[in-house]
Ligand binder design. Sequence first.
Ligand code: NAI
Ligand code: A1CAB
Length: 270
Amino acid sequence: MKIVFYGAGNMASAIFIGMIENKVVEPSDIYLTSKSNQDKIMFFKENLGVNVSYDDAELMKDTDYVILASKPQSFPEVAARIRPYLEENTKVVSVMAGTQIKTIRRELKKDNPIARIMPNTNAQVRHSVNGITYSKNFDDRDELVKLMESFGETVQIEEDEMHNITAATGSGSAFLYYIYEKYAEGLMELGFNEEQAMFLTRNLVIGVGKMVEESDLPFSELRTNITSKKGTTEAGLNALDGEGVKQILVATLNAAANRSEELSQDDKVK
Ligand SMILES: NC(=O)C1=CN([C@@H]2O[C@H](COP(=O)(O)OP(=O)(O)OC[C@H]3O[C@@H](n4cnc5c(N)ncnc54)[C@H](O)[C@@H]3O)[C@@H](O)[C@H]2O)C=CC1
Ligand SMILES: O=C(O)[C@@H]1CCC=N1
């Protein structure tokens, strides 16, 4: 199999590292190209054994999947590189937020099967959530799903649901990381030093993650199991609830989904 990544940044690297570590592909099946970060791309060649090239004719020859993993704003440049060499049997897979299938088809000027996936960087620990939607002519979907399941859970959606899943799980990890950052800062306000605050927060997050992974209980029950009547947790939760946490998170998700909508408005992407 030959899988070519146009873009070898945060998202692409999480995906191909996940694929290689889960042994669904050989490193020699993976080809990387980028525009910048050439040092980083050579790191992957030296440490993972993947192929690196900047020769588009070579990259696109006999390719099974070409993965569009540049920023949406860079896609026109990427399309100009791919267009002359895109063979009809190559399946196009995009991870670009907001960029619609019709936009990809217009820029590539070809009728290749196109899939859009919305993963997240948890792919690197093989636990991404991957929203996927397909062009009507994308027939053999099982192989791509198998590839994606090597780095996470796959959710098939309609293209117009991509904005919400981009907000929910494409960007979602960053929202939670931000909350953890602020939690650690809160511990420092309590009097812990930075090292203590980071140690406590990291281990709290890891422990909660393991509880969520190993328990079938809903979040609400995991919470009430900690909340002794009239105790410290109840006092803290009352203060937290009073700050309108849900409204803040809804505003966060709406802002991200709205940006995805903006990115999908062709030619206005800035
Ligand atoms: N970072 C994340 O957690 C997620 C990112 N995405 C999407 O993945 C895409 C990439 O995002 P990141 O990896 O975060 O960005 P990044 O900035 O880390 O990587 C972008 C890559 O594209 C390459 N590139 C730019 N112009 C190019 C060209 N003309 N030819 C070949 N390569 C070119 C850059 O050299 C770089 O390797 C974006 O479209 C983003 O919406 C989707 C889900 C999650
Ligand atoms: O921030 C972004 O636009 C990309 C898409 C989802 C996560 N990162």
